[in-house]
Design a protein around this ligand. Structure first.
Ligand code: ITT
Length: 199
């Protein structure tokens, strides 16, 4: 098993990394498993910049392979908010039931065809030599009318991927991973790592 440190403080992301990457031959360690207690400022303007900032900081502290994920929800009706501010929207420690309710309220008057949204995931991987791989993937969908489902985390109860009727919080793990922004990005990363023999 190839070891990778997950450069994130979000336990739900670590669970998804582990779930998607371990069948592909990778052992994912959380930052706390690796004894790294760094707080990295997300000062970038894009998902990609923030993923790189997180990966680079944890790589500097550890010197081993790291993977960072910067992700969020873009809601078209409100100019792609909360976007890179998804974790900080309505305050960092505000419960997601409140954040989700705030988005539903903003879309109260939105006609069905203007409820489009997407989850975005920027992955940044750095190998022990310092080589960098960046991958961006999205999961297109729309915003539901009510919060539904108890699986997943964050904005899952209000997001319905295209061609379906369930929110990602109503899906089981396999169903979410098959269509999610993070599932697509991590599978694409694993393919790149297979192809690049020097990694
Ligand atoms: P790290 O920066 O330590 O990785 P974070 O939670 O602050 O943790 P982000 O800055 O990337 O991570 O914020 C992403 C937010 O977007 C996350 O907290 C969720 O609210 C939301 N999000 C991302 N992926 C999601 C998913 O699969 N399901 C639901 N919400 C998601």
């Amino acid at each position: 098993m190839k070891k990778i440190i997950a450069a994130t403080k979000n336990k739900n992301k670590v669970i998804e990394f582990e779930r998607i990457l371990s069948p592909l031959g990778y052992k994912v360690l959380s930052q706390s498993d690796a004894g790294i207690e760094l707080e990295v400022g997300e000062t970038g303007e894009t998902f990609e910049q923030n993923a790189y900032l997180k990966a680079a900081a944890i790589f500097q502290a550890s010197g081993v392979a790291v993977i960072a994920d910067d992700s969020g929800l873009e809601v078209d009706y409100i100019d792609k908010a909360p976007g890179v501010y998804s974790a900080r929207f309505c305050g960092k420690d505000t419960p997601y039931s409140v954040k989700n309710a705030a988005i539903l309220e903003k879309l109260k008057e939105a006609p069905e065809e203007r409820r489009t949204a997407r989850f975005v995931c920027a992955i940044c991987y750095i190998n022990p030599k310092g080589d960098v791989i960046k991958i961006n993937k999205t999961c297109e969908g729309k915003i539901a009318h009510t919060q539904k489902g108890i699986n997943g985390f964050g904005y899952d109860p209000i997001f319905i991927p295209v061609n379906g009727s369930k929110t990602t919080a109503e899906m089981n793990e396999q169903e979410k991973d098959a269509v999610s922004h993070r599932g697509k990005a991590l599978r694409s990363l694993a393919e790149e790592l297979e192809l690049r023999l020097d990694f």
